[in-house]
Design a protein around this ligand. Structure first.
Ligand code: ADP
Length: 562
């Protein structure tokens, strides 16, 4: 079903009620109109009847005079005149009653006064009157003439009654009426207040009672047919009369109906709007309630969260302060460690340096003993002396290595641009005897220039390449490849060999001082070399590590910042 919007229904109701109102109004107007027409018709009928009756009464009196003449013969003039005067005084509107002889001359005239000119007047000279008189005689009928206007402007009408005594024509009884006078007197009897009464002969207006303004549209015409006279009577209501008859009911209906239609339409419109608004308000309320609930929930959640956050914050603060304490402790330990390391290095340096002198004395004298007394004492003495020489030699190596280790920290010079290519060349020439002895093959890619201590870089390369040759595979000639590649902000160097390899579980251990994986009879060494390497790399801000598998060679990698 199509939804009716808030304007359509009120508009529909307005149109429907308005249409009904217009219909009712139209009906009322028609009713009123026919009522008014009926009232005017009644008035017109009344007036028509009065005029007809009065004319008829006058006609009858003249007929009576003629009849009397026909029966009794021509009366004496005096008797006739007194008879006629009676009628003139009895019936209003007469100008005169005349006896007109067959030659159309008016012989007797009543009243005489005022009508002197009528006496012996030849009516045949007036064509209109003559023809009317003749027609009345010819047809032996009472006839009215057509109304005519006198010189003084008065409209008059004549009624002629022919007199036939024993079929012998003896003239006419003629009644002259002043139309205005005769009708005014008639209409006194019928109330014509509020109406205009007009009389027409053909199209000529011969009588009007009032010259006010009247409603032509409401005029009622009727015919007065009497003794050959053909008159048209017109009755018109005055505007006041019309207004009085118009009840105004129709207009009231129209106004009330339209007002009601507007009111009803507005009522429906407002009712509809109110309903729509109520619904919208309800929806908004529900929405609001839901929002309030959501907000409350969110607030509760936020409160819970904030409580949790507070707890967490407190925990975090605690943790931070603990961590700070720990860091402080670590820092303290580190600085203590550094201090003790420095002391230890200092001690190692001083010790190894100071030990060198007595050791040289011991070694010199032991070697002297071996030279002078070999084979001169018992065999055990020779063996003891050789143990002492060997021990002294090892002690010398150990002390020189230890000295080298302790020097790395204390003797570091300013970093200078160092060409690793040159460093590698001098390293190879230092190791030449070992390389020749083992038939080692050394290869390298182009190496970069770095900011470093060149002598320490030389020691680093020497230790790594020396180890790569020393820890060689029994069945292979040693092959060592040195390369470098730029990685981000540092150079990555690698020294790769094809030697015995290292078990990954020892990867960390080998960089610790004095840590060795082999006995002194398998491979000579002090276990200091790699720890020196680690110290040098770290002093240069880099890292060192090894990648290897047992039997598959090792790759020692280290980085130097660019
Ligand atoms: P050493 O004086 O014993 O060589 P280092 O510190 O140089 O002391 O080396 C520590 C240990 O690491 C060595 O004893 C050896 O077992 C192992 N090692 C070092 N370099 C290599 C290598 N290139 N191949 C195999 N093992 C190695």
């Amino acid at each position: 079903m199509k939804k009716i919007n808030s304007v359509q229904l009120p508009l529909f109701i307005f149109v429907a009620v308005a249409l009904g109102t217009v219909f009712l109004w139209n009906f009322a107007v028609e009713q009123e109109k026919s009522h008014i027409e009926r009232v005017i018709q009644l008035k017109s009928d009344g007036v028509n009847e009065v005029i007809s009756d009065q004319l008829e009464a006058r006609a009858q009196s003249l007929i009576r005079m003629a009849k009397r003449w026909e029966i009794q013969g021509r009366p004496a003039q005096k008797a006739w005149e007194s008879d006629a005067s009676l009628y003139v005084s009895h019936y209003s509107g007469y100008q005169a009653i005349e006896w007109v002889d067959p030659t159309l001359h008016a012989r007797w005239v009543v009243p005489f006064k005022g009508n002197e000119s009528e006496v012996n007047k030849d009516l045949g000279a007036d064509e209109g009157r003559a023809s009317a008189l003749k027609a009345s005689m010819d047809r032996n009928e009472i006839l009215f003439s057509r109304p005519s206007k006198l010189e003084n402007g008065e409209n008059v009408i004549f009624l002629s009654v022919p007199i036939f005594r024993n079929n012998f024509f003896e003239g006419y009884i003629v009644g002259n009426f002043r139309i205005k006078e005769v009708l005014d007197s008639f209409l006194k009897r019928e109330s014509t207040e509020g109406y205009s009464i007009k009389l027409f002969s053909a199209n000529d207006e011969v009588y009007v009672n009032k010259a006010d303004s009247f409603g032509d549209a409401w005029a009622q015409d009727s015919e007065i047919e009497l003794y050959g006279a053909s008159l048209r009577l017109r009755v018109e209501p005055s505007y006041n009369t019309l207004h009085e008859m118009q009840s105004g009911l129709s207009n009231l209906i129209l106004a009330a109906g339209l007002t009601v239609s507007v009111l009803v339409a507005l009522m429906v419109y407002f009712a509809q709007n109110a309903r729509i608004r109520a619904k919208a308000a309800e929806a908004a309320n529900t929405e609001l309630e839901r929002e309030v609930k959501d907000r409350k929930r969110a607030e509760a959640e936020a409160e819970r969260n904030s409580a949790e956050v507070t707890v967490k914050n407190r925990e975090l603060e605690q943790e931070i302060s603990e961590r700070k304490r720990a860091e402080e402790a670590v820092e303290k330990h580190a600085s203590e460690l550094e201090r003790s390391n420095r002391e230890l290095e200092q001690f190692a340096y001083v010790a190894s340096h100071d030990l060198q002198e007595p050791l040289r004395v011991i070694s010199g004298y032991v070697q002297l003993l071996a030279k002078r007394y070999k084979g001169k004492l018992d065999p055990s003495a020779d063996e003891f002396i050789s143990f002492a020489v060997d021990g002294a030699n090892r002690m010398q190596v150990l002390i020189s290595d230890l000295l080298a280790y302790s020097r790395v920290g204390s003797q570091i010079k300013e970093f200078r641009e160092t060409d690793c290519q040159e460093v590698l060349s001098s390293t190879i020439s230092n190791l030449k005897p070992l390389i020749d002895e083992t038939n080692a093959k050394i290869t390298a890619t182009a190496l970069p220039k770095v900011m470093a201590d060149s002598s320490q870089m030389c020691q680093l390369f020497q230790n790594l390449i020396g180890n790569a040759i020393k820890y060689k595979h029994e069945a292979k000639y040693p092959q060592v490849h040195i390369s470098s590649v730029k990685k981000g902000s540092e150079w990555l160097f690698s020294v790769k060999d094809n030697g015995i390899g290292i078990d990954p579980k020892y990867f960390d251990r080998i960089f610790v001082i004095f840590q060795r994986l082999h006995g002194k009879h398998e491979y000579s060494g002090t276990g200091i070399g790699l720890s020196i390497c680690k110290k040098i790399v770290e002093k240069h801000g880099g890292r060192i590590w090894v990648e290897s598998q047992p039997g598959e060679g090792s790759t020692f990698c280290f980085t130097i910042p660019i």
